[in-house]
Design a protein around this ligand. Structure first.
Ligand code: GAP
Length: 522
């Protein structure tokens, strides 16, 4: 994972937000290559949903919504995590995500002097993991007393009352062994004020999911889209959650993007659609470079499901830091439409022309994270391999990102073999100009050709196009510009096409490049 994070910074995929000011925990910036990669991924999702199907329409809702939405959806009352705090480091952890620890728990007591001079007892528990010296418990106790405001001279005595072995407890901070505080409920929505006055009635939240706007606009969309059930509304957009522990690079962030589909269905058809969407989504991940074998489908047990869910699959990926959720596919029943109908007083029922009945539609929701999918694609694409250098023939390690071409940030690198030969550079530039309207390509003339290939390997560019002397041989026979540099090319004039994954090189007619590349990247 460290290598992937380093590559992301080195090549400009992902930077820490506000880096020059020390960063902001849980926020990330996508650099030039990351922005292209993310955009390609979102475009492909959008296309799969709204262009390649005729039962889904697109939508782009606002991030700020009336607070009543969050009351009706249940987010204001229940969108929370239990949180515990380390009294020494003040770090907060999700109570259900504490790393289990084994070792010996020491019940420590201290006699300390208060400001008024009285002697008072203090009590604290410290877990010392197996193999660690028992004295470390005393050190942690001292730190605890220091944060409670006692000076070294106030601490008269520290002793162990009792000690006991424990296995897999989650009551202690794994970083220092300190006993964690009692769990407190912590709402994950980021609160803000709309308007000039920061009063109670100006409160709203940055949306914690994109879904709600699609529920509250269900009627409007239904009327204009002229669709019958089953049909879906698809949206991509930012969501915000004040996560207690943002971690694992972009995996758990406080600002992230979701790709959500609300697929409205007839009551009773939920289980069938849940299966269909699971298969659709698995195929989609395969098409963006995450093989089915690397995705674990978890049937979420009832006790772990959101309270509104009648069935949920989690699609989980084998990240280097563990198997973790990429997407949830939930059968939400009619919970959301029912809540908004009740709270707004506006009818949100669907009139079924066939049965001449009115009812609330049910929903199956595939909800994917853009940032998590980008991270999974980066992890899946990353490879270090020993190869023979294409110029010197010496063995070396190459770092390569095997992005599928449709997702790759740059589709082809265009290289004149030498930068000081105008015949080569002019022609390479003219190939660049031909390809630019069709796809993202990059011209590069700096360094040896071998170095340039290595650079595009690390950036995940699937094709390298090199204009070399063999190209000129053919071009010279066709035409030259006023400066003497060849520009117009004949049908048989060729360049070297180098394939990133196999490193194989072949010759291809310049005239065939656009059609060849378009079939590969689309
Ligand atoms: N509307 C349903 C919903 O929001 P969710 O499981 O809470 O469901 C859906 O979120 C997806 O959004 C997750 O599977 C994940 O990919 C992404 N996601 C959720 N919280 C995230 C976070 N803190 N950082 C990055 N992605 C997150």
């Amino acid at each position: 994972m460290d290598k992937i994070v380093a590559l992301c910074k080195r090549r400009g995929f992902i930077f820490q937000s506000s880096e020059i000011y020390g960063g902001l925990n849980g926020a990330w910036d996508y650099g030039p290559l990351g922005a292209e990669l993310k955009r390609n991924l979102k475009d492909y999702w959008w296309k799969s949903m709204t262009q390649l199907r005729d039962d889904i329409v697109g939508f782009d809702g606002s991030i700020l919504m009336n607070r009543a939405v969050w009351k009706a959806s249940g987010h204001e009352a229940t969108f929370s995590d239990p949180m515990v705090e380390c009294p020494i480091s003040k770090k907060r952890f999700r109570a259900d995500q504490i790393e289990p620890m084994s070792g010996t728990v020491h019940h420590l007591r201290a006699a300390v002097k208060t400001k008024s001079g009285a002697i008072t007892p203090e009590h604290f528990q410290v877990l010392v993991p197996k193999g660690k010296p028992v004295e470390s418990a005393q050190k942690v106790m001292r730190q605890y007393l220091t944060v409670r405001g006692y000076a070294d001279t106030d601490i008269l005595e520290i002793y162990s009352d009792k000690s006991e072995p424990v296995e897999n407890t989650t009551l202690f901070n794994s970083e220092n062994g300190a006993q964690l505080g009692e769990p407190k409920v912590f709402n994950l929505m980021l609160k803000t004020y709309v308007g000039a006055v920061e009063s109670e009635d100006a409160i709203t939240y940055l949306r914690p999911e994109t879904a709600q706007a699609m529920f509250v606009q269900f009627k409007n969309v239904l009327e204009v889209a002229r669709k019958k059930l089953p049909f879906g509304i698809a949206q991509i957009g930012k969501a915000f959650r004040n996560e207690i522990n943002p971690r694992n690079f972009t995996f758990r962030s406080r600002e992230f993007e979701q790709m959500e589909l609300e697929f409205f269905i007839k009551p009773g058809t939920g289980p069938e659609w849940l299966e269909k969407w699971r298969e659709e989504r698995l195929a989609w991940y395969e098409a963006v470079g995450i093989p089915r074998a690397k995705i674990h489908v978890l049937t979420v047990p009832e006790k772990d499901r959101a309270f509104y869910s009648q069935g949920t699959y989690d699609l989980e990926y084998e990240f280097p830091f563990g198997i973790q959720e990429l997407e949830g596919i939930a059968h939400r029943g009619n919970y959301d439409l029912k809540q908004h109908q009740e709270h707004s007083g506006k009818p949100l029922e669907y009139f079924d022309e066939e049965t001449k009945t009115k009812y609330l539609a049910e929903v199956v929701e595939p909800s994917a994270g853009v940032d998590r999918t980008v991270l999974a694609i980066l992890c899946e694409a990353y490879e270090e391999e020993t190869v023979k250098d294409e110029e010197s023939g010496k063995e070396e390690t190459r770092v390569v990102l095997h992005f599928v071409p449709r997702i790759a940030p740059i589709k082809a690198g265009i290289f004149p073999l030498l930068k000081n030969k105008p015949e080569l550079t002019t022609l390479a530039r003219s190939i660049q100009k031909t390809l630019q309207p069709l796809m993202k390509v990059a011209y590069d003339e700096a360094g040896s050709i071998g170095k340039r290939y290595r650079r595009i390997d690390e950036e995940g560019t699937p094709f390298g196009i090199t204009v070399d002397f063999e190209t000129l041989e053919g071009v010279k026979e066709t035409s030259t510009s006023a400066t003497g540099a060849p520009i117009a090319v004949g049908d048989k004039d060729t360049v070297t096409l180098r394939h990133r994954d196999s490193m194989k090189q072949e010759r291809i007619a310049i005239a065939d490049l656009p059609a060849y590349l378009l079939t590969k990247v689309s």
